[in-house]
Design a protein around this ligand. Structure first.
Ligand SMILES: CC(C)(COP(=O)(O)OP(=O)(O)OC[C@H]1O[C@@H](n2cnc3c(N)ncnc32)[C@H](O)[C@@H]1OP(=O)(O)O)[C@@H](O)C(=O)NCCC(=O)NCCS
Length: 182
């Protein structure tokens, strides 16, 4: 199956909406699905514009902070499969390690365990390379076996842990993942 990364667009918005209706959360750390569904239904074009251009982002702990530049992609196998995002700071090749890292992804439940996240991350690493990054930091929850495997399959090198900000008793595992030219 061929996996393609698409820029968010009006054409795919109905499929994105369907995924939200079925309970998918675009954000792995907090369920922002219901909030996105409301905004999308209120004004689809504005929703898309915000998705692409918003200057702020809400953290899982509720804080609204300036949004880093980001490449956001929707993942397709011919149907909508999820999203993956590479966030970074212009001119800063090594972000200070944080508990969230450079790359976030979420696959809709009905497309999981087909290798899609592994392949989407492989493709996003090309984008990171094109932005001048030799490696990116990616984190996952200590009990997220699927995500840990996705990171390791892409060459992730473990680099310690952080306290989890929203799940008491859990930690975030941090990895550095080398990027490659396309
Ligand atoms: C974690 C997640 C991204 C994995 O996506 P995916 O497309 O199913 O992953 P892949 O199919 O590429 O699987 C990679 C490996 O992880 C394994 N895996 C996937 N989901 C798993 C799970 N829930 N439990 C254990 N292993 C799992 C696969 O079997 C595969 O193992 P293999 O390489 O030994 O065959 C997906 O479950 C998801 O979106 N979860 C909710 C959001 C999330 O956790 N995002 C990541 C935040 S860091």
């Amino acid at each position: 199956m061929t996996i393609t990364l698409l820029r968010p667009c009006l054409e795919w918005l109905p499929a994105y909406e369907q995924a939200l209706i079925q309970g998918w959360s675009p954000n792995a750390d907090s369920n922002n699905g219901p909030q996105q569904l409301m905004a999308l239904r209120a004004d689809p074009e504005r929703f898309l514009h915000e998705l692409r251009n918003s200057t702020t982002v809400r953290q899982p702990d509720g804080r609204v902070v300036p949004r880093l530049p980001a490449h956001d992609f929707w993942i397709s196998d011919g149907e909508f499969c999820g999203r993956i995002s590479f966030r970074f700071e212009w001119g800063v090749k090594e972000l200070t390690p944080t508990s969230y890292g450079h790359v976030g992804y979420s696959i809709v439940p009905w497309k999981q365990r087909r290798g899609y996240a592994t392949e989407a991350l492989r493709q996003v690493l090309f984008v990171a390379h094109e932005e001048g990054f030799a490696r990116v930091q990616i984190t996952c929850d200590d009990d997220n076996e699927g995500s840990r495997k996705v990171i390791l399959a892409n060459g992730g090198i473990p680099d310690g842990t952080f306290p989890h900000l929203t799940r008491p008793g859990h930690r975030k595992l941090s990895f550095w993942v080398p990027t490659h030219a396309r």
